[in-house]
Design a protein around this ligand. Structure first.
Ligand code: NAD
Length: 268
């Protein structure tokens, strides 16, 4: 059989993408809508911008697109978002746990609140969303749970204790859910990007430029050279392509894996 990658299994499905008002999640959401999935957007931002994003996708892609302002730090809001998606869009087939935040500081100075928030958004929200969605997927015999982890789910860096702990936890959770759903038609995988040029990384580049007293362009080059051998950012479009691949027939028997899109970072 040929063409398994191209064979779209997305059209007519319902997808929830957490943290899809910016960066990687926004591009994943757009790609899923363009492939014919009904969509629940989620995340923070300017209400007018988010409504413009929602309405544009709905009009251009001829799919239903809803928005939830659920705060991923709050389990009851995660559950409410999933049940609203089920009620208003139909059973959730594709769950992309993407929302994520960062804070950098040595462990002895790491603020307790930043630890709680990062674990809440980057790890616990994925648990609560998966818990709410997986039984229905198993019952219907098809589902895709895609966790946007990070190269920091596989290796560590200094000053990122909460982020690295959360992303390693997310990779572990991916493997458990994959085992528990094996043979049911549901798969669960993690995508592990290296540096991607998004607002989350821009904040880190600007902090490095400020601390070293160098230009943002130099700080950007230094950041890439330090960890990412390709010397290039991974793009949000490449990550969205990996999401589509995981939804395709070619990936039907692929579960519990990590897909590294990191320019060779984790090969070192
Ligand atoms: P981003 O800052 O551009 O977007 C983050 C999204 O999450 C936004 O929509 C934001 O509103 C949302 N969000 C934040 N806190 C939230 C909360 N409490 N409740 C609901 N939504 C919330 O970041 P990004 O770079 O696109 O990151 C997306 C994911 O990719 C994250 O999980 C991040 O860890 C991961 N990642 C990013 C990179 C990178 O280099 N940018 C690399 C590896 C992994």
């Amino acid at each position: 059989m040929t063409g398994t990658v191209e064979q779209s299994t997305v059209r007519g499905r319902v997808a929830v993408v957490t943290g899809s008002t910016s960066g990687i999640g926004r591009t994943i959401a757009r790609t899923l809508a363009e492939s014919g999935a009904g969509l629940m957007l989620n995340g923070f931002g300017d209400a007018g911008d988010i409504e413009a994003q929602r309405a544009e996708l709905e009009r251009r892609c001829s799919v239903r697109v809803l928005y939830s302002d659920a705060d991923m730090r709050r389990p009851e809001q995660v559950r409410t978002m999933l049940s609203r998606a089920g009620d208003e869009l139909g059973p959730v087939d594709i769950l992309v746990n993407n929302a994520g935040i960062q804070h950098t500081s040595p462990v002895e100075a790491f603020p307790d609140q930043a630890w709680d928030d990062i674990i809440g958004v980057n790890l616990s929200a994925a648990f609560h969303a998966t818990k709410a969605a997986v039984a229905g997927m198993k019952q219907r015999g098809w589902g895709r749970i895609i966790n946007i982890a990070s190269v920091h789910g596989l290796v560590a860096s200094v000053d990122k204790v909460a982020y690295v702990a959360a992303k390693h936890g997310l990779v572990g959770m991916t493997r458990v859910v994959a085992l528990e759903t094996a043979g049911s038609g549901v798969t669960c995988n993690a995508i592990c990007p290296g540096w991607v040029h998004t607002p989350l990384v821009m904040a880190q580049i600007e902090a490095r430029a400020g601390a070293a007293g160098i230009a943002v362009e130099q700080a950007t080059r230094d950041l890439l050279l330090e960890k990412q051998p390709s010397g290039a950012f991974t793009t949000a479009e490449e990550i969205a392509g990996a999401v589509l691949f995981l939804c395709s027939r070619a990936a039907a028997n692929m579960t519990g894996t990590t897909l590294s899109l990191d320019g060779g970072w984790s090969a070192q």
